[in-house]
Structures are given as C-alpha cells and as structure tokens.
Design a protein. Structure first.
Length: 546
C-alpha cells in the first residue's frame, strides 16, 4: 500500500477527494451568461469575481470512494483540540496508483447549514465559536463586539471586571443574496451557511483606557481573555490611527483559495505590530474588505486574519464595490463585483453606526478628528438621500471641538492609474465642491491598488502646493485653506497597480508597494506617513498645519 499526506487548514467543511479510481458524474448548470459578463468586465477593474477553479466542485455527484473500494482508508489527525483555526493531517491509504493529479479539498456544500449538521454539537462544544469578528466602535464610551457561533441562543460578553452585555443574534440566508437575471455565486456554488452572528454593546467604558473581556457562554464555551484599548473621546486633543483599503486575505500556507490578495498577510502583520505597541487608537478599512465576492466561506478566512488587530482596537469600515455591486441590485455601478452579496454579509459582520440597513454612510468623532464616511456604491447625486446627509453632516461639524475633518470613501476622485471606472469623474463633479465648501482637510480613498498623494487640489488644479521642511517633509498650510489633500490608499493586499509614465500636475507622490498609512492628529497639526509593510520603512510623509 502507498499513502499520501496533505496538511490543511481546518474549517467546519466537508473533505472531498479526487482520485483517479473514483468515477463521478457532473451536473453542471449553464453559467455562460455569468462568464460573459465577468470576462467583459475584466478590463474595467481586473474583475475576477466568480472565476474560480472551485466553482463547479459541488455541482458534481462524487462517488463514495471508500464504498466502491474497500481498501481505501481516510484518517484525519490534529495535534491539538479544535479551535477557531488549526492544522490537520489527512492520510489516504489504499490508493493503488497515486498520482500528482490527486487532490484533497475542503468545501462547504450549498445545501449545508449549521442546524442540520450532525456533528455540530461536537464541533461547537470544542470550539466555542467558529470565527472571531472585529470590535466596532460606535461611541467613545460604547463599543460593539460581533462574533459568530453555531448556537443561536443569546450569549454574553463579560468585561471590565464584572460587567455583562447580552448578545442579539442574527443571520442571513441564501434568499437574502441578490441574483436578478444573472446567476450569482452567493446564491449558488459560493453559498456557505454563516452560522449565527452575535452582537453586543459594552457600555460605561472610559476613553483612552484598557480593559479585558471574553465572550461566549457556559454551554458553548468561552473565548480567552482579550485586552482592548478604547479610543479617545471626540473633542480631546489627539488621535493616532491607521487607514488602508483593498486588503482581502492571503492563505497562511500553500493552499489554493478563491481570489487571493497577495499583500494582505504582510500588511496585517505590520499593522498588528503597530497596534501591539499600544500607540494606535483606531483602524479604518475603506472598502473592498474580504474579496469574498459571493464565496461566503472566504469571510471566515478574512475575519480570522484581521482578528489580531480588530479584537484590540476599534475597526471601522466603509463599503466598497466588492461588497455591494451587482446587476440590477440598486448599486450605482453595474459590475457584478460583489458576486451577489449586495452588502448583506458586509453589513451583518460589520454593523457600523449607520441610520438604517443598506444606507452605509455615517460619521464618528475621535480625539480631534471628525470622520465623514460615505458609500461610493450608493446614489450620491444631488437629489439623493446620501448627498443631503453629507451636506448636513459636514456643515454641522464643530471645528472648535474637532478641528480636523477627514472624508473617506472607496472610489477615488483622483488617480493617475489608467482604467475604466478607476475613478469617478461624476463623483468629483458632484461631491468635490462639498469638500471645499466645508473645508475638508484630508480625503482618503481606495479602489486603485497603489499609494498616490495630491496637492491641495480642486477641479484637477493645484490650489496650493506644500513646502519642504528641513527633513524634506511636505508641509501643507492648513491655516490658509484652499482645498483638501486627497490620498489613494488601496495598497493593502490586492495585486498592485502600476503607474503610467506620464504624470498629472496634481500628483505629488506615487508609490506602488504594499502598506498602510499611519496618522497622528493633534489640535494644531496632522502628520501622515505611508509605511511599507515588509520593511516598516516610511516611504512618504506629510504634515498639515492648523
């Protein structure tokens, strides 16, 4: 007998084997319409949504190899008790002619759900919960914690030496996804039962303090004790934050997964290092969150990846095209970038302080900064609800309390990178005047996968240029306001975009490397650095005076 071994990441999915001695029949649905749309949109934005080597696996009726051949044996071992993540060894013996083309995979069948899984009690008694999800900041003295479990009964957060918060429980189903006339992965081969999403708000917290918490219940188990640092209250003197966009996920081993973003792992490790230094108050992820694009199990992988950061400081998000857009779904853009998710998983996993469902725009204040966060994927025209909200929100900012106004959205108004839909001229035409009218200091965007910083720009013209200090740092004179500085920060994971050889007059700095920005706002100045993930080198820095 010969044997083959594979070391795989453990998730609560089915193990599927493809051996040459096993026969299978295929039931493949006609997805030619989807394929045509996907291929036609590649040039627009490197759109690989729904293009996956795994998209037809669970459309096949796989024969039971162990039944058809009594000599086949499959054995799975793990060196530790099951937790949210782990490694197992799968040993297959009895294969008379092993081939390099044989494979082992873990899939989540589209007809599976956590309630009908026969092994669920074993799995969840061992693991407590299947994915640790991020802490989300609503108010300086209130923090929302969201996590996933296989148990739909309410659970608790125990925190700050004796306080308790009880969770509310939600979930979503295949019927909540969008599809219209176009088949979508989220309603078909990409569907994965999300389990039960628990969310609870911790109250009575002290700003700029550290406390411990754990979550779960006696019946399903408890998480370990975790230390969390609260952000400063709005109106206080300073804030230190990190921002980036377009992260996604990278496998921790050589496994193949749908839609990999090669820079994600190095970036989140570098950010975690900064967070562990206890010198970061908040993190902002501005769209294109997980790149699950209808393959819903990918949300679990992404949420595990960011846990080392999101469990320790507030993790705020904006919606992007890969969370919301789909044909005839009500999104501003027509590309099938969300794979049929249409914002449902995103809003369930990341309940931001918005006014209502599918209205993912909001504002928060931390330290000396007022953040206005919009959705570039929803209607922002002058007659829209979102535009009127932007007008009211930015006009109402008390600049004595929060002297800095930072604007965030996914799609940029300015980028040197070529490509259809790389930026939105209509967005700039409609929304950019609001930024100038309300004296927005800094505008941060993603979508384009590089780093680019502008002058103080309005209508494609530099209204003011920075000067250099003795260290070569660009200094913008915010005391004589002319227009916002705009920065594209979509370099956190997705394959990088190159810059053309020609350069626009408003473009002052262009870097195509993986990283993130790190900012420090006081009442008198705003310092921003671009940090390269692999080396932690600061490749660009600028300062805005107030």
């Amino acid at each position: 007998m010969e044997s083959c071994k594979w070391v795989l990441k453990y998730v609560s999915m089915l193990l599927v084997f493809s051996l040459r001695l096993c026969s299978s029949t295929s039931e493949t649905f006609n997805s030619s319409l989807l394929e045509r749309v996907i291929n036609d949109t590649k040039a627009m934005h490197l759109n690989f949504t729904a293009i996956s080597e795994f998209r037809t696996i669970n459309r096949k009726i796989l024969s039971d190899c162990s039944a058809s051949n009594p000599f086949i044996s499959v054995h799975v071992t793990s060196n530790s008790t099951l937790s949210d993540e782990g490694f197992v060894t799968v040993t297959v013996t009895g294969v008379s002619n092993p081939s390099k083309y044989d494979w082992v995979a873990m899939i989540s069948p589209i007809d599976s759900d956590v309630d009908s899984c026969l092994m669920k009690e074993f799995f969840y008694l061992q693991t407590g919960d299947t994915a640790k999800l991020p802490l989300l900041c609503h108010y300086p003295v209130k923090m929302r914690l969201t996590w996933v479990s296989g148990d739909k009964k309410p659970q608790q957060i125990q925190y700050a030496n004796g306080k308790i918060a009880t969770s509310t429980v939600s979930t979503f189903s295949k019927t909540d996804m969008c599809s219209s006339f176009l088949p979508s992965p989220a309603t078909d081969f990409g569907w994965h039962d999300p389990g039960y999403i628990h969310s609870a708000v911790m109250t009575g917290l002290v700003p700029l303090s550290t406390f411990s918490y754990r979550y779960g219940s006696d019946s399903v188990g408890w998480s370990k004790q975790i230390m969390f640092s609260t952000p400063p209250v709005g109106g206080s003197d300073e804030l230190r934050f990190i921002a980036f966009a377009d992260m996604g996920k990278t496998p921790l081993d050589a496994s193949e997964e749908h839609y990999i973003q090669p820079g994600a792992l190095s970036v989140i490790k570098a950010i975690a290092s900064d967070v562990d230094s206890n010198n970061i108050n908040s993190v902002f992820h501005i769209g294109d969150i997980s790149y699950a694009t209808g393959f819903l199990a990918e949300w679990d992988f992404f949420l595990y990846l960011i846990n080392r950061v999101a469990s320790k400081v507030s993790y705020m998000t904006a919606i992007g095209n890969h969370e919301r857009d789909y044909i005839n779904s009500g999104s501003t853009y027509f590309t099938p970038d969300s794979g049929g998710e249409c914002g449902i998983p995103y809003e369930t996993y990341f309940p931001m302080p918005t006014s209502a469902k599918d209205k993912p725009w909001y504002s928060i204040e931390q330290g000396s900064v007022h953040f206005t966060v919009i959705s570039t994927e929803h209607d922002w025209s002058k007659d829209s609800e979102q535009y009127k909200w932007m007008q009211k929100d930015m006009a109402s900012v008390n600049r004595q309390k929060t002297p800095w106004l930072i604007f965030m959205g996914h799609r940029p108004m300015y980028t040197s990178t070529n490509g259809f839909l790389a930026s939105s001229s209509n967005l700039a035409e409609v929304v950019e005047p609001l930024l100038v009218q309300n004296k927005v200091d800094l505008a941060l965007f993603g979508h384009v996968h590089n780093y680019e910083r502008t002058c103080s720009v309005f209508q494609h013209e530099c209204k003011a240029l920075p000067t250099k200090d003795k260290n070569g740092v660009d200094i913008y004179d915010g005391r004589n306001y002319s227009a916002p500085v705009q920065v594209v920060i979509g370099m956190a994971g997705f394959s990088l975009d190159k810059f053309p050889s020609s350069k626009n007059s408003w473009s002052l700095k262009r870097i195509s490397e993986y990283g993130y920005i790190r900012a420090h706002a006081t009442r008198n100045g705003l310092d921003v650095e671009f940090v390269v993930a692999d080396t932690k080198e600061v490749k660009d820095s600028f300062h805005i005076t107030k």
